[in-house]
Design a protein around this ligand. Sequence first.
Ligand code: FES
Length: 273
Amino acid sequence: MYPIERVEPLNAEVTRMVVRAPEIARKIKPGQFIMLRIDEAGERIPLTMNDCDPEAGTVTIIFQAVGATTMRLAQMKAGDVLLDFAGPLGNPTELEGARRACVVGGGLGTAIAYPQAKWLFEHGCEVDVITGFRNVDLVILEDEIAAHSTRQIIMTDDGSNGNKGLVTAALQQRIDEGANYDIVLAVGPVIMMKFVAATTKPYGIKTLVSMNPLMIDGTGMCGGCRVKVGDEYLHACVDGPDFDGHLVDYDDAMRRGVMYRSFETAAREATEG
Ligand code: FES
């Protein structure tokens, strides 16, 4: 059993949860995820690590209450326990050797982008972090990113924070200014990662994207998380979740993403009663 130590809403939709899991906290690295199950009746859901504290033995996750399980999770309190919290799963993001990086986070993807930026910053890399949100009320982790980046640029769709536009506009501007990145990492909606990769491709900048397809077992057995990369189908859970952004077939990923939406809607409606 895994006790919940802290639960904190970050905005109306998004919750930060600190879970006591000492074994995982010792091993987990940026980019890796855990599989969580609330109780015997619950489904298993993958959540990527947002932060960890090996000394305190805790792992932090951030999630949006959009599905049946995340809605239940958002109602849990400090002192409640989770039945399963398995991991670390997936491969850590390859961050070694980067000197000038840009980490791009879209919406909730910012929760995953943050540990990547933090690791790079703490290892002497110059790190720009560009994040995008629908509006200023949905901005998350602004203070944490400010403390672990060289430069933070927050973009909103409606300009309610002063910077109106897409993350790709900010990325293009930084490239034009001579940022000279040796790596760009993108985490967020598939469509955003597609256009981040399209922005960096003409410059030949190494670009990694973190794919987050439907996952069921998280061990490479069910095939639910297949992603087309170049000419082959790979599994996000065991081969990823990071892939070469210039090789991923984003249109295929978006088609597969909508295939399961009706099942999730039915499950959510059942939970809401
Ligand atoms: Fe089943 Fe990846 S989640 S193969």
